[in-house]
Write a protein that binds this ligand. Structure first.
Ligand code: UT7
Length: 346
């Protein structure tokens, strides 16, 4: 079977209006702007308004991505929404997004922690490569703020809410899209990032609520060790798959969990910081939304250019990881002009 190429034709992001600074946290809990910046690189993050949910965040980002691609919802053959924080345990948020957009295609949600968006991107590429779909929307969206325990200062200062989305389309252009990828999982580290109650293993009771088990729990030190190792290892594996080297990377877009993790990985991989994308200072860790948010920003800013080779790498709950070498097409409409077009359409 002849496999087809899948090229990026649209992207969009949505972040809530409300900015929560480190000083806002310092007024609530025993922490400081200095500690948070030194340990994580985060200065501020966005938290949703009361009437926002993961479905509304996803839909806003999806609309922007469709507008950028010059497509209608009716053009979509498949919708994938990656999130760990869906509106409900069931139904899947992907169907709310499909309905809100007015699309008539299949839609599914996948939960793979912070690696969820890249798992979604790879899945979308498979559907296009095999000829099953021509046009696929992939959303990464999270609303973690309602899962934060504001008595757990080591975790609550790190996360933020937001959504990013991309449109992938079949293309005749040679050498575009996914060049190589790696998907990984190690369930032995499950307890390191977990919301212990809310699923069927521990349904919520008065006791689980009193113990705060409905909030996200993270063993920061363990995740830090895992993250610094897996970022570089999986990046190298994906490059090997693609038959490329570190020198071929134009932009490295890692999961935005912690500036120290990213800087460490860049140094180990000998990637100059000009090639490294970081926005964790402004959004914190937005889990499955972090890579599409960063990707949309560099495309809007014209920092990513047609023909560029992007290295996307994520890690998180599961534990899981994913790395993908992705080449932009020659016609990708980067830069301010396309950003203005999307704003007008939104
Ligand atoms: O997308 C999911 C992936 N998640 C991650 O990548 C998270 C990975 N881990 C991390 O980013 C880091 O481990 C953290 C930022 C979570 C923590 O940084 P750390 O350098 O590992 O700090 P630590 O946990 O070793 O804590 C150092 C000290 C402790 O005090 P003692 O025991 O040394 O007296 C903490 O109690 O810092 C204290 N601390 C705080 N102090 C002020 C913890 N949180 C805070 C806080 N403000 N918010």
């Amino acid at each position: 079977m002849k496999l087809r190429h899948a090229t990026l034709t649209g992207w969009g992001l949505y972040v809530p209006e409300r900015v929560v600074t480190n000083d806002d946290f310092a007024r609530m809990i025993d922490t400081s702007d200095e500690w948070i910046r030194a340990r994580s690189g985060i200065r501020e993050r966005r938290f949703v308004a009361d009437d926002e949910t993961t479905a509304t965040l996803s839909t806003a980002a999806a609309r922007a991505a469709l507008a950028k691609a010059g497509l209608e919802a009716a053009d979509l053959d498949l919708i994938i929404v990656a999130t760990s924080s869906p509106d409900y345990p069931t139904p899947p948020v992907s169907s709310q997004v499909q309905h809100a957009l007015g699309a008539r295609c299949g839609a599914f949600q996948q939960t793979v922690g912070c690696a969820g968006f890249l798992y979604g991107l790879i899945t979308a590429q498979q559907f296009i490569a095999t000829g099953v779909c021509d046009t696929v929307l992939v959303v990464g969206a999270e609303l973690i703020s309602r899962w934060l325990n504001f008595e757990d200062r080591a975790t609550c200062v790190l996360f933020g809410d937001g959504a990013g989305a991309v449109v992938l389309q079949a293309s005749d252009e040679a050498g575009v899209g996914v060049q190589g990828f790696v998907l990984g999982s190690d369930g032995s580290g499950a307890e390191h990032i977990i919301v212990p109650s809310g699923g069927v293993a521990r349904p919520p009771t008065q006791e689980t609520l009193e113990d705060g088990l409905n909030f996200i729990h993270m063993n920061g030190r363990e995740v830090f060790k895992f993250a610094t190792r897996i970022l570089v290892e999986s990046l190298q594996e994906a490059l090997d798959e693609a038959g490329l080297t570190m020198d071929d990377i134009d932009l490295f877009i890692p999961h935005q969990a912690n500036a120290r993790i990213i800087e460490y990985a860049a140094k180990k991989a000998e990637l100059p910081m000009e090639k490294v994308v970081m926005n964790v200072d402004r959004y914190g860790n937005t889990s499955a939304a972090s890579i599409p948010l960063a990707l949309a920003e560099v495309l809007d800013a014209g920092r990513a250019r047609p023909g560029d080779t992007l290295a996307l790498v994520a890690f998180g709950a599961g534990l899981t990881w994913a790395a993908c070498i992705f080449r932009l097409g020659q016609n990708v409409p980067v830069g301010a002009e396309s950003a203005i077009a999307a704003e007008t359409a939104a």
